[in-house]
Design a protein around this ligand. Structure first.
Ligand SMILES: [Zn+2]
Length: 151
């Protein structure tokens, strides 16, 4: 997991300062809704962060338009990374909330060129519940989707 933690007060976060041009960043791309810049950690060469320009903390705070724009920008950056760095693979990583691994509390997605044996790891404990429990979970989500359909 990333070790950098932004402790800036709300409204003064490090990514808002990058969007405003108040602190330097190695910018790659921007449009009306998104900005893409080099992650200072650089797990591998070409490691980019795609952030919403507006301060939104998590995926739950994005508008549908912003969510679509972030994914479109991430795909454009992924194509560019493939061409520029010829990685073996590309990981898109997006964390929400401290428990989800988020360390800068302004929405962002990592576009991470990957190479065999590069040391990147994500613990993924499979629990494999039985089908009736999977169906129960699906029903819970279907019910929730009905109440969030207007979002
Ligand atoms: Zn911000």
């Amino acid at each position: 997991m990333p070790m950098f933690v932004d402790t800036s007060p709300p409204g003064h976060c490090i990514f808002c300062k990058i969007v405003a041009g108040e602190i330097p960043a190695a910018k790659v791309y921007e449009d009306d809704l998104t900005i893409a810049f080099m992650d200072i950690g650089q797990v591998n060469p070409g490691h980019v962060l795609v952030a919403s320009k507006r301060h939104a903390v998590t995926v739950l705070d994005l508008t549908a338009e912003e969510a679509a724009a972030v994914m479109q920008t991430a795909q454009r950056i992924a194509h560019a990374a493939q061409q520029a760095f010829a990685p073996d693979g590309i990981t898109l990583f997006q964390a929400n909330g401290a428990a989800g691994g988020q360390t800068v509390f302004h929405f962002h997605m990592h576009v991470l060129p990957r190479h065999e044996g590069d040391g990147m790891a994500l613990s993924w404990p499979r629990k494999e519940p039985a089908m009736p429990l999977l169906q129960h979970y699906a029903k819970q989500l279907q019910t929730a989707l009905q109440s969030t359909a207007q979002l």
